[in-house]
Design a protein around this ligand. Structure first.
Ligand code: COS
Length: 388
């Protein structure tokens, strides 16, 4: 749903200009230094990127899912690490509070996130709990007006920069299932919370991940999201469901960018006396890439619109994430092929995208988890229809 077309057009024009004029020129620098320049982060705050999904009453833009997806199409046209600067804050790092937080929690945290003053991060994954997120071992034991949190969270995006984490921890030790898990807002300065060293990754330099370690970390009971125990896993799943549409949109934008790079190269590069774009085998790779990108875009927009209409989109969100992330991997692979030797050489930036997009098939639920969610939902619906 687009609430106001002219406001949306203005926002997209601003983001497009920011991406092309400010981000694309520093892609190589960011990859080289593994840092995003502070002035770029400040400009993101100024444009309002940290508040895209925060409701307007808390200082954000309150974008609908379709509006958010369209902004992500634009953000995808540069290195994905730029999106990560504000991506966890507008996504998994804040949405638990937006969806399930109390009024006090929203009032305290959301305006800080929306302005970019605070970075929000999401701590679900652990050394022994990845795809099987419900098996998490981090504990939160009630002690008077506090919970004492112990455990380690792994691969946490923006952990070194975050001011507050949404942390999933087990409050009911007798219940090893998802029902024993609760969600907390834990401020980074809370005694007992520490951040591990920054991980060395395959790609997406400039976006940092690290362990978050809780060692007898005392968190006031007021930090329990929604003030209800046992709801934390559901909160996490709802947050991830929305995040999957967001990421699928990013995949579409990145594929579009790569196709544009490939087209430029295909027009300029000459072999056998003519531009390589005139060869049908190159054209086939371009056509397949465009077709798949278009298909993913249609899926993302449909899933987003259904969510805006209030439908359950668990299946559509997973279908979109699965198809768009796998599609983006195939497009990146073909574009390396079209560039040939240049595609393998760092100066052209194509091999960097090839590495960067590999994460799309892994984070916020691997492709295999999306398949599992889709199949489970289908079978559940069929069983219900058959009354078995
Ligand atoms: N919205 C609302 N509630 C949801 C939900 C959703 N999208 N998905 C699941 N739930 C609820 C279920 O309804 C169930 O509640 P009830 O017990 O009341 O029925 C509860 O959450 C547990 O769900 P389920 O039984 O499906 O949990 P499982 O442990 O079997 O597995 C998967 C769930 C595998 C789908 C889940 O662990 C998952 O998504 N794993 C991947 C995690 C991930 O994406 N990690 C990436 C890192 S975080 S960036």
């Amino acid at each position: 749903m687009i609430r106001d077309q002219s406001t949306m057009d203005a926002l997209l024009e601003t983001v497009d200009r920011f991406v092309q004029e400010r981000l694309v020129p520093v892609e190589a620098l960011v990859a080289e230094t593994n840092e995003i320049p502070q002035e770029i982060v400040d400009e993101m705050k100024y444009i309002g990127l940290f508040g895209l999904t925060i409701p307007e009453e808390y200082g954000g833009l309150g974008l609908t899912m379709e509006e958010e997806a369209r902004v992500m199409f634009s953000m995808g046209r540069t290195s994905p690490s730029f999106r990560s600067v504000f991506g966890t804050t507008i996504g998994i790092g804040s949405q638990g509070i937006v969806l399930d937080g109390t009024m006090e929690q929203k009032t305290k945290y959301l305006p800080r996130f929306a302005s970019g003053e605070w970075i929000g991060s999401f701590a679900l994954t652990e050394p022994d709990a990845g795809s099987d997120a419900a098996s998490l071992r981090t504990t939160a034991v009630r002690d008077g007006d506090f919970y004492i949190i112990n455990g380690t969270k792994r691969y946490i995006t923006n952990a070194p920069q975050a001011s507050a984490f949404t942390v999933m921890a087990r409050t009911n030790m007798a219940d090893k299932s998802a029902q024993g898990v609760s969600a907390f807002i834990v401020e980074a300065t809370t005694p007992g919370l520490s951040i591990g060293k920054i991980d060395k990754k395959m790609g997406q330099q400039g976006a940092h991940t690290a362990d978050v370690v809780f060692d007898a970390c005392r968190v006031p009971v007021s930090q329990l999201i929604g003030q209800v125990e046992g709801q934390g896993f559901k909160t996490a799943m709802k947050v991830l469901e929305k995040g999957r549409i967001h990421l699928a949109a990013l995949c579409v934008g990145t594929a579009e960018r790569l196709i544009q790079d490939a087209l430029r190269y295909a027009v300029e590069r000459k072999q056998f006396g003519k531009p390589i774009g005139e060869f049908q085998l190159i054209q086939a790779m371009l056509a397949d890439s465009q077709t798949e990108t278009y298909a993913a875009k249609c899926m993302v927009l449909d899933a987003a619109r259904r969510r805006d209409e209030g439908h359950d989109v668990s299946t559509e969100a997973s279908c979109s994430k699965l198809f768009a992330s796998e599609m983006c991997g195939r497009v990146a692979d073909r574009v390396v092929q079209i560039f040939g030797g240049a595609g393998y050489i760092a100066d052209y930036g194509i091999e960097r995208f090839y590495r960067d997009v590999r994460l799309f098939r892994i984070y916020e639920g691997t492709s295999q988890i999306q398949q599992l969610v889709i199949a489970r939902n289908l079978l559940k619906e069929k069983r219900a229809a058959m009354g078995v």
